[in-house]
Design a binder for this molecule. Structure first.
Ligand SMILES: Nc1ncnc2c1ncn2[C@@H]1O[C@H](COP(=O)(O)OP(=O)(O)O)[C@@H](O)[C@H]1O
Ligand SMILES: [Mg+2]
Length: 265
């Protein structure tokens, strides 16, 4: 199982949309995919028709167990959905207090990685949807991840968020002692607006940034897909937005395979 974390230290940049769309794209390629909603706001959970205020159990269970030196098996938390091979572990608003109560506790950053090891044989991919603020949940995601996807809204305020994320990646790499490959992905690109075009040009000019060569366009069908509770990549694979995420997913899968082969040989 490969773990892809979707994170950016900014809200409303397309993290959840990217997580759901990539998960759908992977399923359409025949992969068995587990999505995990790590955001206490529960957008991904809500996308699939569950309420993070009431859904039980949730991913919170593994952190709660860890505070009592216990382990909670992840497979008891998985919700099946109408789409074959697509499953979800929901988030819970209880995650909000995790940081304050247990954020500094020793070993708290490894809880998710350890839990995922227990179900690695049952899935081909795990896609983690992260909250926008750096804390114990994002640290868990970055420690567990084989790959980080950073959605960058093509908006003039995006540069600062990218810098914050790169800083975090370097910090995590020092503690996990193995590189964390990442790809920044321009989102909500609207070629008719000056702001989008200028921001994309500025992002492409940065030598320090591993930026995807494509873009995710603005597509109003994303909202439609969330109303239906299905990834747009499965609901309307021909949509412009779907095509972009399908291309991104296949590039990432190819790279992942190449990296795995390098590690093996
Ligand atoms: N490419 C896009 N085109 C149009 N709307 C988008 C696109 N990506 C995301 N959105 C919309 O923007 C809003 C924020 O996106 P979301 O994925 O929830 O961001 P985040 O998870 O970073 O907060 C949502 O209403 C979503 O439907
Ligand atoms: Mg979100």
């Amino acid at each position: 199982m490969k773990v892809w974390a979707i994170a950016a230290q900014k809200g409303g940049v397309g993290k959840t949309t990217t997580a759901v769309s990539l998960a759908g794209a992977l399923v359409s390629q025949g992969a068995r995919v587990l999505m995990v909603d790590l955001d206490p706001h529960g957008s991904m959970t809500g996308y699939f028709g569950y309420d993070s205020n009431t859904v039980e159990p949730s991913i919170h269970a593994i952190f709660e167990a860890a505070t009592q030196q216990l382990t909670h098996p992840l497979n008891t938390l998985v919700l099946r959905m109408s789409v074959r091979n697509l499953t979800l572990i929901p988030s819970s608003t209880a995650l909000v207090t995790l940081e304050r109560r247990h954020g500094q506790r020793q070993g708290m950053g490894l809880v998710l990685k350890r839990a995922l090891m227990g179900i690695a044989a049952q899935y081909d991919f795990c896609v983690l949807d992260c909250p926008p603020t750096l804390g114990v949940l994002v640290v868990n995601a970055l420690v567990a991840a084989d790959l980080l996807v950073v959605p960058v809204q093509t908006d003039p305020l995006s540069a600062q968020a990218v810098d914050r994320m790169l800083h975090t990646v370097h910090m995590i790499e020092r503690s996990r002692k193995i590189p964390l490959p990442y790809l920044a992905v321009p989102t909500m690109f609207d070629r008719r607006t000056r702001a989008s075009v200028d921001t994309l040009t500025a992002l492409r000019a940065r030598p320090d940034l591993n930026l995807w060569s494509g873009v995710i366009p603005v597509d109003t069908l994303f909202r439609e897909a969330s109303r239906v509770g299905q990834p747009l990549t499965l609901f309307q694979p021909q949509a412009r937005g779907s095509q972009a995420y399908l291309n991104l997913a296949s590039e990432l899968m190819q790279e992942q395979t190449m990296r795995t082969e390098e590690c093996v040989s």
